[in-house]
Design a protein around this ligand. Structure first.
Ligand code: SF4
Ligand code: FES
Length: 243
């Protein structure tokens, strides 16, 4: 069996004054994922290594971490698919580290709360279903690919302006799915929120969010779409303030 060297970020704030990296030899086969390699370090080598995971099928987003310089889902990353023979693993950027590979996701999810991620449709109560968006409509074409977000945080980690005062790519992507939905009612409030300085104008158009997203969501393109919408809306409000 082949072996690969895993170099892993270690940090336990209860005992460590600063983070360090430690290396481990991990046996691999063609199907070994990076998450499998980390299990080997935990279970066979007996290391008290902390990481998040759940589904192991690429649907929960919880195992996202920086692997060889890119944020990826560890359960969906085969070790043999990495260009480098060494595997270097560290926690996501732009989020506080709790221990080893585990980050505090609160700032990431708080940015979702800021744009109010709930769907509110006109005339909808517990006895009625919202009108269906036709499958071949432009509206669905824009919204559908963007609803595959698994909340992994890869885009947030790869963004050079997230983690400070910018809402971040995933929350804005979520806002777009609601703003482009003709049934949704909170359009004005959401546009107002997104037009604040930490909203769409905070994006520096580096495009790393789209390059990194494991679900191939065109995140950056969506943010630029909303920037244009926000500018058009601002011009319209100045020209026709009573509309
Ligand atoms: S937009 Fe993509 S990278 Fe960002 S949280 Fe959603 S799935 Fe992850
Ligand atoms: S464990 Fe759920 S996406 Fe990897």
């Amino acid at each position: 069996m082949n072996e690969r060297e895993f170099t892993v970020h270690r940090y336990d704030p209860k005992v460590d004054t600063e983070p360090r990296f430690e290396s481990y030899d991990v046996p691999i086969s063609a199907s070994t994922s990076v998450l499998d390699g980390l299990f080997h370090i935990q279970e066979t080598l007996g290391e008290n290594l902390s990481m998040r995971f759940s589904c192991r099928q690429g649907v929960c987003g919880s195992c996202c971490m920086e692997i060889n310089g890119k944020a990826r889902l560890a359960c969906q990353t085969p070790v043999t698919g990495l260009n480098d023979r060494k595997v270097t693993v560290r926690p996501l950027y732009n989020l506080p580290v709790i221990k080893d590979l585990v980050v505090d996701m609160d700032p990431f999810f708080e940015s979702f709360e800021a744009i109010d991620p709930s769907f509110v449709a006109e005339g909808l109560d517990e006895n009625s279903d919202p009108a269906v968006i036709p499958p071949d409509s432009r509206e669905r074409e824009v919204i559908e690919p963007r609803t595959d977000c698994v909340g992994c945080g890869a885009c947030y980690s790869s963004c050079s302006v997230a983690g400070d005062t910018y809402l971040g790519p995933a929350a804005i992507n979520k806002a777009l799915t609601l703003l482009k939905d003709s049934r949704e009612m909170k359009t004005d409030e959401r546009f107002e929120r997104l037009s604040e300085t930490d909203g769409v104008q905070g994006c520096h158009v580096q495009g790393e969010c789209s390059n990194t997203c494991p679900k191939d969501i065109p995140v950056s393109e969506g943010i630029q779409l909303l920037k244009r919408d926000a500018i058009k809306r601002g011009i319209k409000q100045r020209l026709f303030p009573s509309d």
